[in-house]
Design a protein. Sequence first.
Length: 241
Amino acid sequence: MMSAAIPLVFWLSVWALASWAVGRELLLPGPLAVGGRLLVLAGTADFWLSVGATLCRVFLGLFWGALAGAVLAFATHFFPWADRLISPAVRVVRATPVVSFILLVYLWVARSAIPWVIAGLMVLPVIWGALSAGLEGLDEKWLELARAYRFSRLKTLGLVCLPALRPHLSAGLLTAFGLAWKSGVAAEVLCPPARAIGSRIQQAKLGLETSDLFAWTLTIVALSLALERLFRTAMERGDKM
């Protein structure tokens, strides 16, 4: 507990000293001012509705991106024609900056849908890459054994493929969650929906409410760290089962 508290106290002290040195709360509010503002915001229904809406969009993007990435990974592994058609497109998605996708998607879908669409697009190539690597590394002896015992494709998938792919999927999902979270909030900032954390950040910026801007940013960081820890714990327990 102490080992975790020491870095926190150190960086809060650095923040407080930097705020004191700047001397203008508009440019750099201190930890006490931001913490007080965060408590005020957390006491409002709008705060929790915005947090809930953002979480829903991020998890929706994570779900569809992971599902699409898994389907495409199996398709490109088992069908050469799918590999020739799909793999270059997935690599283009992976190489394209998220801002470009946000601006393009803004032309095609409703504003409220942009965050989860963008989050899914960022997740898809990560899951595709992780599962593709796992499929390439499958032990052919186990597949031969499954064929010798005349396992159905579904049984081979459940008893041979999925256990071997689980570590790759767990690592991919952890990386994908971080990308979904950051890209989803970034899309909310650039194309603000009616209710979202990104919309509140945009409003704080336009209104020069620096304490609010820091408070919402602190909320994003705290939620990201907490959810990533829960996600990692769930993945580790799943791997032990």
